[in-house]
Every structure is written in C-alpha cells, then in structure tokens.
Ligand binder design. Structure first.
Ligand code: C2E
Ligand code: MG
Ligand code: MG
Ligand code: MG
Length: 296
C-alpha cells in the first residue's frame, strides 16, 4: 500500500549500508550524469621558468561545476572516478579539451595534462592522445603528460611500452608529486622522464624562519629539494617546484637551481578565458616578473 511505499522510499539508512556508502552512491550518480551534462571545465595554472623569467606552459586542472553541489574539487571526485572507471571518458575529454584550448595560445606555450593510472590500464590511451593532437592541430612538443609514481607500480612492461609509445608521438612526460611515492629513484633510471615535479609538501616546509627566531639546523625539506634538483641536473631532467606560495620560497628555489616554479605566488589555476590576460601580465616583452615580485 501507499504508506509502505512511502516508508520505503523515505528510508535513508538501508540496513547494512552505511552513510558513507550512501554518499558515495549519490556522488557516483551525479558524476556519471556530469559527463553527459558537460559540467566539467579546465582551469589553467602557469608553469614559470626561472631561467627565462617567463611562463612556458600551463597545467590543465579539472573542475566540476555541479548544479547541485557547486564547485567540486578534483581531490573529492577523482578517486571515485578512478574506482568506477569514469576517469577514462573524463580523461579523454580532458585531453581533447586541453589540446584544443592550447592550440589557440602562443606557439611557445605548452600545456600539461594529468593522466590517471587507470587510463594506463584502459585500452587506447596512445590512440586517444594521438587523436587529441590531430584534431586540435597542436604540435606534439607542446603537450606534456603528467604521471604519478603509482602509474609505475603497475605491470612494468606494459607501462614502459606505453610511456615509450607516448614519447614517440613527440610529447614530453613529467613525473608528478615526486618524493611522495615509492622507490622513486629506480624509476628515473628505467624511463627517460623529461621533468620532475617536486611535491608541494617539500616546498611548504621551505619557509625561512621568522626574523629573531633561534637558529635551526638546515631544514630536512631544503636538503631533499637540493638533492632532487642535483639529481635532475646530473640526469639532464628539468625540475619544477609545485605549490610555491611565497617570495622566500621562490628565492630559495632559484638559488637551488630549480628550473621552473608553479604555485599561488605566480598565479592560482584560472579559467581558460583568462589565459590571455595571465600571459599579458606575466610575459610582457622583456620582463622579469618573478624577480620584480621577489624584490618588491
Ligand atoms: P596535481 O597534479 O599535483 O596538481 C597540483 C595541485 O596543487 C592542484 O590542485 C593545484 O590547484 C594545487 N596548487 C597549485 N598551486 C598551489 C599552491 O601554491 N598552494 C597549494 N596549497 N596548492 C596549490 P587541484 O587543482 O585541486 O588538483 C588536485 C589533484 O587532482 C591534482 O594534483 C591531480 O593529481 C588531480 N587532477 C586534477 N586535474 C586532473 C585531471 O584532469 N586528470 C587527472 N587524472 N587528475 C587530475
Ligand atoms: Mg599535476
Ligand atoms: Mg603535483
Ligand atoms: Mg599534488
């Protein structure tokens, strides 16, 4: 009867199913619909060369504008998208969109796209990248793919052959969040990465001690950053520091010989429509914006 039906549909806690699972189911359903409803967009954050004092590229960072949930952070939905396999169509959309948008930027400006370990286990990754480049007309040298160390924990043979085929397309490969995973050093020997992205957890600890504070031993993070930059230099791999928020951090990274920086100090990720304005501000003719801001 009707009363029973209503009780059934109003029931929030099904026995044996906890609140967490309910929330997950809701998020999964919304995420599935979001792909169709085109609720995703890409924000772009500058990658700033310290040697050239210019923006040399932008990292594409996925944003979900959900009518029901508002702006949802990738940290909240990417793990679920990975568990459900939804990251494969979403990741394909990211690749196509990033390449298409970057094709309209000045020729010397690259775009970096994050790839999930799940995309490495799905079929057609290399084809998807090839098609995104062809459709957009973006030169392969202007696309950088960012992978995390977890990608390399999967079947070595398969991953190495995929990375090699991607490299053969002419794109570059960066190792993201370096220093947070496992046995990072052996991976650097097995695959010719083009760039190491030093994880922001190390940069966060680079803060110079406040004036008048008692002398401290050299920070552990500073020692690690120095080691990674040195490693990059000897292997011929570029190093970029993530999460640079202060002038002091930038100055220290410059001193250590880090080749690029990325972080709120240069600019937070911004909508695609603002890339032109960011380039006008950060790359005016003959400028050294980072240096000026450091000295200010
Ligand atoms: P990530 O690739 O390491 O990206 C850097 C993250 O640090 C971004 O978070 C960025 O907004 C944030 N960030 C940048 N500068 C600063 C700073 O100065 N301070 C601090 N505290 N944070 C800063 P976001 O955009 O929330 O993305 C989080 C993660 O989600 C990314 O980490 C990446 O692993 C993943 N992600 C984002 N977009 C995609 C995508 O299209 N595909 C896949 N597979 N993963 C993505
Ligand atoms: Mg990244
Ligand atoms: Mg990162
Ligand atoms: Mg990170």
């Amino acid at each position: 009867d009707k009363a029973k039906e209503e009780r059934g549909s109003a029931c929030v806690f099904v026995p044996g199913m906890d609140e967490h699972l309910q929330l997950r189911r809701g998020l999964e359903a919304d995420l599935r619909a979001a792909v169709q409803a085109r609720e995703f967009e890409l924000f772009y954050q500058p990658l700033f060369s310290l040697a050239r004092n210019r923006v040399t590229g932008f990292e594409a960072l996925l944003r979900w504008r959900s009518p029901r949930r508002g702006m949802v952070s990738p940290a909240e939905f990417i793990p679920l998208a990975e568990q459900t396999g939804l990251i494969v169509p979403i990741g394909e959309w990211v690749l196509r969109t990033a390449c298409a948008e970057a094709a309209g930027w000045p020729e010397e400006v690259k775009v970096a796209v994050n790839l999930s370990p799940v995309q490495f286990r799905s079929r057609g990754l290399v084809e998807t990248v090839r098609e995104a480049l062809q459709e957009s007309g973006l030169a392969p040298a202007r696309l950088e793919l960012e992978i995390t160390e977890t990608v390399l924990l999967q079947e070595t043979e398969t991953v190495m052959s995929l990375l090699t085929r991607l490299h053969e397309l002419g794109v570059s490969i960066a190792m993201d969040d370096f220093g947070t995973g496992y046995s990072s050093l052996s991976y650097l020997r097995r695959f010719p990465f083009d760039k190491i992205k030093i994880d922001q957890s190390f940069i966060r600890e680079l803060q110079a001690p406040p004036a008048g504070a008692p002398a401290e031993p050299p920070g552990c993070a500073a020692v690690i950053v120095r080691a990674i930059v040195g490693l990059g230099e000897s292997l011929g791999i570029q190093t970029i520091a993530e999460g640079v928020e202060t002038a002091a951090q930038l100055a220290q990274l410059r001193q250590e010989g880090c080749t690029e920086v990325q972080g709120y100090f240069i600019s937070p990720p911004r909508p695609a429509a603002e890339v032109g304005a960011l380039l006008a501000r950060l790359n005016p003719p003959g400028s050294g914006v980072a240096r000026e801001r450091e000295e200010a």
